[in-house]
Ligand binder design. Structure first.
Ligand code: ZN
Length: 254
């Protein structure tokens, strides 16, 4: 399997082999640089594409699913204005979803976090700070980010999250270690319409509709005003297509 450990071991074996050969033959040094470049490119690709399971195993959708079930996920909340709107729509359409909350936002809006759980949705851990530089931190930095959010959520909702979604979808060996030590399942997605970046709602919806399939995990954000229209259109669309909207625990385990 192509993962960080196997890739690194393979490259070390190749380098040591080349070094031994170079003791007896004339050998161009650039071959080492090319090898190092390939290794570095592989770990960079592995960091940004969770679905490759390069650093840690992650759930990015249920492969081979035939039942028409789909999981909506909302990152970066809770938000005082938009999370209640999302919750209202989900209720209207009898849909269950998963919210990957940021710990410091849960501290600010505990009532909304509680409402999410009371209404039958699942909350996952999305770090405490969600800082821009967080992806490149060591395990010692990741552990309090994850544990603090777990404690806050457990205190407010009565349930400790078992799911973790890495901020920006970036994984590293340090994060892999931290999620292993804190017993979380890592969750990604397989439909991402870039709803926070693409301002044109039609474009976002087009991208979403094109990619809908059984077992898919959709990444959205309950942090901007466009989410109301996008979500309402999508809920209507998947309902008409005969999909059931389930939370991640249901999609992963049933
Ligand atoms: Zn995020």
């Amino acid at each position: 399997m192509l993962n960080f450990k196997n890739t690194t071991i393979t490259f070390i074996v190749i380098f040591v082999g080349l070094f031994i050969i170079s003791l007896f033959n004339d050998f161009p040094i650039w071959i080492y640089w090319v090898g190092f470049g390939i290794w570095f490119a592989l770990i960079t690709i592995g960091s940004f594409f969770m679905g490759l399971n390069f650093f840690t195993k992650s759930f990015t959708g249920r492969k081979g699913e035939t039942r028409k079930r789909i999981a909506f996920t909302f990152d970066d909340g809770p938000h005082p204005e938009y999370t209640p709107i999302v919750l209202k729509l989900l209720k209207e359409y009898n849909a269950k979803a998963t919210f990957f909350c940021i710990g410091k936002h849960v501290e600010q809006y505990p009532e909304i976090a509680k409402q999410i759980v009371v209404e039958g949705h699942t909350i996952g851990n999305h770090s405490y700070s969600h800082k821009n530089t967080i992806a490149f931190k060591g395990t010692a930095c990741w552990l309090p980010e994850i544990k603090k959010t777990d404690s806050i959520l457990e205190e407010i909702t009565g349930t400790k999250p078992t799911l973790f979604r890495p901020p920006f979808g970036v994984t590293t060996p340090h994060l892999a270690k931290a999620v292993e030590l804190t017993y979380h399942n890592v969750v990604g997605w397989n439909i991402r319409p870039y709803d926070t970046v693409v301002k044109n709602k039609k474009q976002v919806l087009l991208r979403l509709r094109r990619k809908v399939k059984p077992g898919a995990v959709i990444l959205l954000h309950d942090t901007h005003e466009r989410i109301e229209d996008i979500l309402e259109h999508m809920l209507l669309y998947v309902k008409e297509k005969g999909y059931k909207m389930v939370d991640l625990n249901t999609l992963m385990n049933e």
